[in-house]
Write a protein that binds this ligand. Structure first.
Ligand code: MGD
Ligand code: MGD
Ligand code: SF4
Ligand code: MO
Length: 738
């Protein structure tokens, strides 16, 4: 979709490719200057998109600052001989790198990967990527083909959503949920571990609409988020205890006969077992209250309000559960328990009722054709390669191939779509691995990130304005094409192009390494699934977005799990067995008191996207109140003789970071919180770059092998600076005092 406007300006339909449920429709205005040079001059929301409705979040509204940032990576580079890997001073990175041509870069990479594969076996090569872009092509297409054909280790992409995904799949068989528009018809909205206002802003107007019609919004989050502050009620739950709260609610529901017996009988298996389990004394509100920190009255009140919603208001209740719940050791079980609630009450039957974790399972993309896992059998391995869990990158880089773990060591690391050095847990071990001289590291990036500082070869990547892609969403049901608005800046090359060219350079003869963007888009849309019927590239190019053909969806009337036909489990029904058994996280106040008595939440920033945007001044200004701050309760601060503005060291056995105390009433006693950002912008006492992930562990979740960012214990102590340091405050400290 391209409209020619006044004075030769073009308006191009694109899609925000950031890892956000909203997948906004975006309109990019492109102007041509006197020299014939094209430049994006405006980025705005597409008013025709039925869910994202013409506005962008604060992060992406300022996108041209990112696209045209003076510190964008625009050329391939290699590390200068003799320069050690490790954090570089911002703005002086070129002291460590020298510019090379693409030809040289591809040649060096192909030669080194071939040599490493010959000597150590192809599994000693590890790709590392996540969601720098969630476009189908950019997220995983040619890159997957390349690494499969190479025989490289497979990466299990667990860092975000696999525990919740496994939970939803175990109960429902598929990741579907209440469509965002229907939230407007709910009588009660529960935001459960979901920072909607910060992370999923396009759901908010539908919730506001429901509230105007009388609905209440209840937020369950240990932290007083923007969402919680705007809600009717905030239940500041103790981290990691959500499964127990859900069971406590079921205890009340079953003991008071508030369940929907007819729906349970028709659409579920295991209702009797779940009922007996929920009614156990250990799930009585009095017991649940002790562990969750929520009063008996509120637990009982919430259960009654939730289950009685339809009767009381004529409208059903809906739960927006988000991934916050599952970043905890037993987060898979917790997410299963929460996901069972609308099965117990039958809320799915009514427009506006149910539960939304993710709608990603609604998009039947053909990933086999797009990613070609069969190419593993054409690799030198001739079999499926070993699988490495991305949430245990530190172990992979430091232990594989040693006595601790067999299999080949990791000798080459290829990072793209990810700032691994900032986002992976147990940062000190990750960085120790990345510092290895014998590790060949390639990083494909837009900026000199924390990870780029460890690269042997650095490749420039484009932003979403510079590439074409097709995209689904995990927060709505519209497929969209993102057209290329402007040519890639400098010598930036897309993920598709880089891996296609590398494949050819390495002598892979399969034609699939020559596929272009349009061919890849056609392939991934051609799954033949009825929900994609009539959705072609040409139509998406014409219309921008097209509604998936789920039953009733085009009229906005799709009601997943309203009847038994929707379930994709082995039994064909909602599966309530095995019953969710609550266990407190090993790393939590409930299980381990003593040395590290505070629960630490290394949370996402409202104005960054994971670590993305954290280096940009305009975003830093928006986040200034909380970036670099340890948010804590006044009592915990007092017990440590610190107050707002004091420098403190937050530490545990894995690492330490230094932040300034902020006592702002957003967190309960016993819990502290800080924001995810770039490691090299912060520092620990020895001056090395570190961020919140210096404190997090590589322990994985009970289901799905996910990261457990929110099961972290720490202690906090005041930093006593030597007098000399205090006498020469940095400019930042001077500003703070002013
Ligand atoms: N502005 C902004 N938007 C984003 C992102 C971002 O970084 N910034 N990231 C994007 C990505 S990758 C994702 S996956 C989504 C995630 O979006 P969300 O699923 O909303 O994920 P989180 O922010 O990790 O967690 C949500 C909330 O869970 C709370 N929480 C922590 N532990 C617990 C617990 O044990 N129980 C409960 N009930 N709550 C808990 C946190 O305090 C947080 O406010 O957002 C996306 N959108
Ligand atoms: N402590 C803590 N840690 C967390 C989380 C948390 O809440 N707390 N959240 C976790 C979650 S949910 C997630 S999803 C992960 C996110 O982890 P990542 O996916 O690594 O997220 P980002 O930090 O946004 O880094 C993405 C990088 O991709 C680059 N990029 C963008 N587009 C392209 C492209 O087209 N090509 C290439 N080659 N690169 C591109 C961007 O410049 C950016 O540096 O972090 C996890 N880590
Ligand atoms: S980050 Fe999310 S809300 Fe912001 S523009 Fe992108 S898709 Fe929309
Ligand atoms: Mo994520």
């Amino acid at each position: 979709m391209e409209l020619v406007g006044e004075s030769g300006r073009r308006v191009v339909h694109a899609v925000c490719s950031h890892d956000c449920p909203d997948s906004c429709g975006v309109l990019v205005t492109v102007a041509t200057d006197a020299a014939g040079q094209e430049r994006a001059v405006k980025v705005e929301g597409d008013p025709n998109h039925p869910v994202t409705r013409g506005f962008l979040c604060g992060k992406v509204a300022k996108y041209l600052d990112r696209v045209y940032a003076p510190d964008r990576l625009l050329y391939p580079m290699k590390r200068k001989a003799g320069v050690a890997k490790g954090p570089l001073v911002q703005g002086r990175e070129m002291e460590a790198f020298e510019r090379i041509t693409w030809d040289e870069a591809l040649e060096v990479i192909a030669t080194r990967l071939q040599g490493i594969s010959d000597e150590f076996g192809p599994e000693s090569i590890l790709p590392y990527s996540y969601a720098g872009t969630i476009g189908q092509l950019g997220y995983g297409s040619m890159d997957r083909r390349f690494f499969y054909r190479l025989g490289a280790s497979q990466l299990d992409r667990t860092i975000c959503a696999t525990a919740g995904g496994a939970a939803l799949t175990s109960v429902y068989g598929v990741k579907l949920g209440t469509v965002p528009q229907d939230f407007a018809h709910a009588g009660l909205v529960i935001a459960w571990g979901a920072n909607i206002h910060g992370n999923n802003i396009h759901l908010w107007p539908f919730i506001e609409e429901a509230r105007r019609k009388g609905a209440r919004l209840v937020v369950i989050d240990p932290y007083r988020t923007r969402t919680a502050a705007l809600a009717d009620e905030h239940l500041a739950i103790n981290p990691g205890t959500d499964g127990l709260l859900a069971l406590g609610m079921m205890h009340v529901i079953f003991s008071e006969g508030l369940e929907d017996a007819a729906y349970l009988a028709e659409c579920t298996v295991g209702a009797a077992e779940l009922r007996a389990h929920a009614l156990k004394a250990e799930h009585a509100p009095e017991v649940v209250s002790l562990a969750t920190g929520i009063s008996v009255e509120k637990i009982v009140g919430l259960a009654r309000e939730y289950a009685g919603c339809l009767k009381r208001t004529g409208k059903p209740a809906v739960i927006r559960v988000n991934y916050g719940v599952q970043r905890s050791e037993n987060g898979g079980t917790a997410a299963r328990a929460v996901a069972m609630l609308p099965l117990v009450t039958g809320a799915w039957k009514h427009k506006g009722g149910g539960l939304l974790l993710s709608t990603s399972g609604s998009f039947p993309f053909d990933n086999n054709t797009l990613q070609r896992p069969d190419l593993m059998y054409a690799s030198p391995l001739g079999r499926a390669a070993r699988v490495v869990n991305m949430s245990q990158l530190g172990q992979a880089l430091t232990e594989l191939g040693s006595e601790a773990k067999d299999g080949p060591p990791v000798k080459a690391l290829f990072v793209y779509n990810s700032n691994a050095a900032a986002v992976a847990p147990n940062q000190n071990v990750v960085l120790a691995g990345m510092r290895r001289d014998d590790l060949f590291t390639v990083v494909h990036e837009q900026f000199f990130t924390d990870t780029a500082d460890y690269a042997d070869v650095l490749l420039p990547a484009p932003t979403f304005l510079e590439v074409k892609d097709v995209q689904g969403a995990y927060g709505h049901l519209f497929a969209q094409v993102s057209n290329r608005a402007i040519a890639p800046l400098g010598e930036a090359r897309s993920n598709v192009r880089v891996f296609g060219e590398l494949g050819q350079r390495m002598g892979f003869e399969e034609d699939c390494f020559k596929d272009g963007d349009d061919e890849l888009i056609d392939q991934t849309l051609a799954s033949g699934n009825a929900w994609f019927e009539g959705i072609t590239r040409e139509r998406l190019e014409r219309e921008g977005h097209v509604a998936l053909r789920l039953p009733g969806n085009e009229a906005g009337e799709t009601l997943p799990f309203s009847t038994a036909e929707w379930f994709r489990t082995p039994s064909g029904k909602g599966e309530l067995v095995p019953v969710p058994v609550y266990v407190a996280p090993e790393e939590s106040r409930a299980r381990a008191t003593g040395e590290y008595p505070l629960e630490f939440l290394g949370r996402k920033a409202d104005n960054y996207m994971n670590s993305t945007f954290a280096n940009q001044a305009v975003h830093q200004r928006m986040e200034a109140k909380t970036d670099g701050v340890l948010e804590m309760h006044a009592d915990d601060a007092q017990a440590r003789s610190v107050q707002t503005g004091d420098e403190v060291e937050i530490f545990n056995a894995r690492g330490r970071i230094v932040l300034k105390v902020g006592i702002n009433g957003k967190i309960n006693r016993g819990v502290v919180a800080a924001r995810l950002d770039w490691a090299k912008l912060g520092q620990d006492l020895s001056g090395r770059g570190a961020n919140v992930n210096a404190l997090t562990s590589e322990r994985v979740t009970d289901l799905g092998g996910g990261a457990t960012f929110y099961s972290t214990l720490v202690e906090v102590r005041k930093v006593e600076r030597p007098a000399a340091a205090l006498a020469h405050p940095s400019s930042e400290e001077t500003n703070d005092a002013a």
